[in-house]
Design a binder for this molecule. Sequence first.
Ligand code: AMP
Length: 415
Amino acid sequence: MIKTVKGCKDIYGEDIEYFRKAEKVMRDTARAFGFREIIPPVIEYSELFQRSVGKDTDIVEKEMYTFTDKGGRSITLRPEMTASVARAYVEHHFETLPSPVKLFYIGPCFRYERPQKGRYREFYQFGVEVLGDESPLLDAEVISLAYRISEKSGIKGLKVRLNSIGCKKCRPHYKEVLREALKPHYEELCDDCKRRFYTNPLRILDCKREKKELKESLPKITDYLCEECKSHFEKVQNYLKLMDIPFELDNSLVRGLDYYTKTVFEVVSEDLGAQNALLGGGRYDYLIEELGGRHTPGLGFAIGMERFVEVLKAQSKIIEKETSIYIAYQDSTLKAALDIASNLRDKGFTVLVDSKGGSFGKQLSRSGKRNSDFTVIVGEDELKKGTVQLKDMRKKEQKEVKVEKIIEELMSNES
Ligand code: AMP
């Protein structure tokens, strides 16, 4: 038997209902905040991610699906979508549009990670990007959008973790301070962190293998921010308070991608276990420049759809079910049955027309197995009178109704 590729999964059954429900809330809420959709390609030149996500990051070092195409080009299945949106911004001269440019996306991403609960090799991200404006009000707005999406979907018990990781001016100094503080503990560090000590010591702060006491004893980046980053961070916090978005400051939050500057944030849920970040994002004021554009500040976040669905399922048991209708008929009434099905579908009902035929008894039994709410029985004798039998499958009640009154009757029965 051929199975799904390791770390990938089919999304079907109940999960797809949650997935589409979540997607609708995300799209509608992003639109209400003035975002427009962009659909970038799934493959990009590998260089895009090396230059944006960063050569020394786990993603680029270990997790990319990269191959050489028949034309000898190095191609990568995107591990995230911010880089693609930034590339599109430069390529299509979005800087000529009124700023800020606000875009959202949804699509599959690929990372060659060790699969576990909440971590897959193919996963979907919904995300937003705001480009061309450095106002801290936008940081707060983007965080509030992330929060509202989760809230509107009915998710409870969420926490917004917030930090600032400074900019090109102040971060290098902090990295040195951090290295100094870590030096006496170098031998205690895990193998990954021994490497990070030289390449990117900030990542040691969010390594789950390092001791909590060690991490808590280290100097905090927010004490080393330059004036500009400090004032920006204070304003973000004030605006979040104005917007009634609860948040916690967390100095260990650094995020795994190189392009972040100033504000970084995550929304976490206790319902997720070890991989508890429902979404993550931050500001990236140099990314567009790295990709050859003009200086263009930007920020955004990405939600992992699979994790979002998992929390939704854990917290909201029942997804609204549409009234479903089964149509039973005789050979001579097929045309009328199909017309009734078509009218009901136009009104938004979910309609199944029996495909196997036979006695009404058999068709009703199939309707029952499908858990239909109603069966419309289109019999020849009734049809001559312009009527059908309508059976309420839950109440086990049946009545004769005029064909033109079926919809009215169904509506009056909908709870
Ligand atoms: P990142 O692009 O790493 O900032 O991740 C943003 C969000 O995408 C995370 O908070 C997760 O919800 C989700 N995510 C990242 N990697 C994976 C993965 N391998 N499997 C499932 N979801 C993921």
